[in-house]
Ligand binder design. Structure first.
Ligand SMILES: *[C@@H]1O[C@H](CO)[C@@H](O)[C@H](O)[C@H]1NC(C)=O
Ligand SMILES: *[C@@H]1O[C@H](CO)[C@@H](O)[C@H](O)[C@H]1NC(C)=O
Ligand SMILES: *[C@@H]1O[C@H](CO)[C@@H](O)[C@H](O)[C@H]1NC(C)=O
Ligand SMILES: *[C@@H]1O[C@H](CO)[C@@H](O)[C@H](O)[C@H]1NC(C)=O
Length: 242
């Protein structure tokens, strides 16, 4: 009888502390997702050729499509467009704002529940700011993780990110075939708390996120993007061409 009671107390304590951290309507974590265009473009028909990590999105850990009447309006981020084009390009449709519109509706309207992100300009400029602050492209290069014909181990890549940022990322790969002896580096997620402080990506999941099994891949515009968490024991290919 004792053990179940203790378990209940623990669960109750865990639940109540999670609620304190995150009121029911609010997210508690932001996921800044970078993707590697050469991997993405080996699965999709791209019209842009870039060889640096670009933004996929800035995703709160809670909520999808939070306000369908809050329409994307690119004239509100006019000053950001040159940087958006470069850092957050639509690889499939470079001349269209549809990727940004999609990300705004699906994730931005939920992120906007925080006062710090409650406009399109705040949301997109914060994503760009975090992307530049992290400077993942330079960090990987600096520690000799570069596109190459040779393979990397999972811990080589994770190790660089952990050492530099002091947190655990979530690293996702494409798995070209089942039982393959290689996987392809596809996405790197770096997480922040609501104050934009770096956070382990697996830490402080909300009750809702746990019950949903956490956030998976962002499908939708990128319908066939088949990324999943990289296997820790399979060599990783970091392609220099699509
Ligand atoms: C893409 O760019 C790289 C280097 O910037 C170049 O080597 C490659 O040939 C280009 N590929 C295409 C399809 O334009
Ligand atoms: C949804 O967005 C519209 C337009 O910005 C705004 O007027 C409205 O208050 C928002 N609704 C909620 C529930 O936040
Ligand atoms: C888009 O934003 C601009 C600048 O704030 C505003 O003038 C315009 O009316 C908005 N367009 C729509 C369709 O809401
Ligand atoms: C962004 O890129 C698109 C397509 O390459 C181009 O049509 C548009 O003029 C660019 N906008 C800015 C502000 O650079």
């Amino acid at each position: 009888m004792r053990l179940p009671f203790l378990l209940l107390v623990c669960v109750a304590a865990a639940l109540s502390s999670a609620v304190v951290i995150s009121p029911p309507h609010m997210w508690s974590k932001l996921i800044l997702t970078h993707h590697w265009p050469n991997t993405f473009c080996s699965m999709e028909h791209c019209h842009l050729n870039v060889s640096y990590w670009t933004l996929h999105g800035l995703w709160p850990d809670k909520g999808i499509d939070c306000n369908s009447s809050w329409h994307f309006n690119s004239s509100q981020i006019e000053d950001l467009l040159p940087d958006m084009n470069k850092s957050w390009p639509d690889l499939i449709n470079p001349s269209s704002p549809s990727f940004w519109k999609y990300e705004w509706h699906k994730h931005g309207t939920c992120a906007a529940k925080a006062a710090s992100l409650d406009s399109q300009h705040k949301y997109f400029s914060k994503a760009l700011e975090l992307y530049h602050k992290l400077d993942l492209n330079s960090i990987l290069k600096k520690f000799d993780i570069t596109p190459s014909e040779k393979y990397y181990t999972f811990s080589q890549i994770e190790g660089v990110i952990e050492n530099v940022y002091g947190i655990k990322p979530k690293i996702q790969c494409a798995h070209p075939s089942k039982n393959a002896d290689v996987q392809v580096l596809g996405q790197i997620e770096i997480c922040f708390d609501a104050d934009f402080t770096l956070l382990d990506c697996e830490k402080r999941l909300t009750v809702e996120a746990i019950s949903k099994g956490g956030r998976g891949d962002d499908k939708g515009v990128f319908k066939t993007s088949g990324f999943s968490v990289c296997d820790h024991d399979t060599p990783i290919y970091y392609p220099s061409h699509p």
